[in-house]
Structure formats: structure tokens, C-alpha cells
Design a protein around this ligand. Structure first.
Ligand SMILES: [Zn+2]
Length: 78
């Protein structure tokens, strides 16, 4: 029984810092990425999309977020 509790604490102690680490890294990553993020626009749409968006199935033109915004594209809500 005691062993089990020790194990639980070990797991928690291991997972907690990892979880906060991942979060911190994610934020930094997004922040640096936003500068010149690659996004995709479509031939007919008025939105720019992230890679893998379902709207990109028909057509996808690679550009940067900066360019897309400059050309009047809005962010895809998906
Ligand atoms: Zn989209």
C-alpha cells in the first residue's frame, strides 16, 4: 500500500513540471511563430488558414500571415 502512494507521488512529481514546461514552450513557440507564420489562402475565400484546415482541401496557396492580413484576409475561425 505504501509503495503505491510513493509511486503516485513520483508520477505526479514527474508529470506536473512536464505539463507546465510544455505549456511554457507552446506559448514561446506561438509567439515567435506569429511573426512570419506560414498560412494558406484559397482561390475564392477571404480567410487565411492554418495548415491542415479543412477549407484547404479545394485549393491552398502558401503565404505568410503578414501578407494575408495585408491583402485583407481574415483569420479562419476553425
Ligand atoms: Zn480554415
Amino acid at each position: 500500500m505504501r509503495k503505491r502512494i510513493v509511486y503516485l507521488f513520483l508520477v505526479l512529481g514527474f508529470l506536473m513540471p512536464m505539463a507546465s514546461n510544455v505549456q511554457g514552450r507552446e506559448v514561446t513557440y506561438t509567439a515567435t511563430k506569429q511573426k512570419d507564420a506560414v498560412v494558406y489562402i484559397t482561390k475564392t475565400g477571404e480567410k487565411y488558414h492554418k495548415e491542415g484546415c479543412q477549407y484547404l482541401k479545394k485549393s491552398q496557396i502558401k503565404t505568410t500571415k503578414k501578407e494575408a492580413v495585408k491583402n485583407g484576409y481574415g483569420a479562419c475561425k476553425l
